[in-house]
Structures are given as C-alpha cells and as structure tokens.
Design a protein around this ligand. Structure first.
Ligand code: ZN
Length: 108
C-alpha cells in the first residue's frame, strides 16, 4: 500500500507499508522528523536542514536562518533513523521544544 502525504508547501512524501499500521508508523516518523515548521525560539519558518560532519561523524540539525536557533537530531543505534532531541540527558523536556542557540557546549 502506498500513501502520498503532503507535509507542507515544500515537502511531499510517498510512504509505503503493508497495511494501515505500517503506513501509520511511516507517517508518524515523517511528521516527527520533517514536520518542524517553525523555529522554537523566534517562531519564524525560515528553517533549513543542515548536516555537519565532524571528525567523520555526521550531525543532523535544523537551523533557523533568522535567529540562528538549532534543533539537533539524535540517531537511533538501530535502523539508522533520527529523532529530534527534545529532552536532556536526564529525560527532562528541554525549553523551546529543544531549540537552542549554539554554544561551545552544544557543539560536542
Ligand atoms: Zn529562530
């Protein structure tokens, strides 16, 4: 089963799954990863996808071109999928839905 899903004005996805549950899962992950439409700091929608390579490791993030806000994505150990980092290392929700300004600390 194929499903076409128009996420926003810029992105359209075609997802494939065996049935309703798989399609549901695919759409959920599309929304979670690509559904961010505005910066959590300034609420503007000029955000872009950025991949930085640091010493052989890729870092995935969204950046706001207005205020320089960053939303970092973590990588699941299995499956090669991403997740937005909205919680800190203790499992507490971060302010601004995980959007933050670059600091020396966050570059690690
Ligand atoms: Zn911003």
């Amino acid at each position: 089963m194929l499903a076409k899903y128009k996420l926003n004005e810029k992105l359209e996805f075609t997802v494939e799954g065996e049935g309703q549950k798989e399609i549901f899962k695919e759409l959920a992950s599309v929304q979670e990863i690509f559904g961010e439409e505005k910066c959590g700091l300034c609420s503007k929608s000029n955000i872009k996808f950025v991949v930085r390579n640091v010493e052989g490791n890729d870092f995935y993030e969204m950046r706001c071109t207005d205020c320089g806000g960053i939303l970092s994505f973590g990588q699941h150990k299995k499956g090669g999928t991403l997740f937005p980092k909205r919680k800190d290392d203790n499992g507490e929700y971060l302010p601004n839905k995980g959007w933050h300004k670059w600091t020396k600390e966050s570059s690690k």
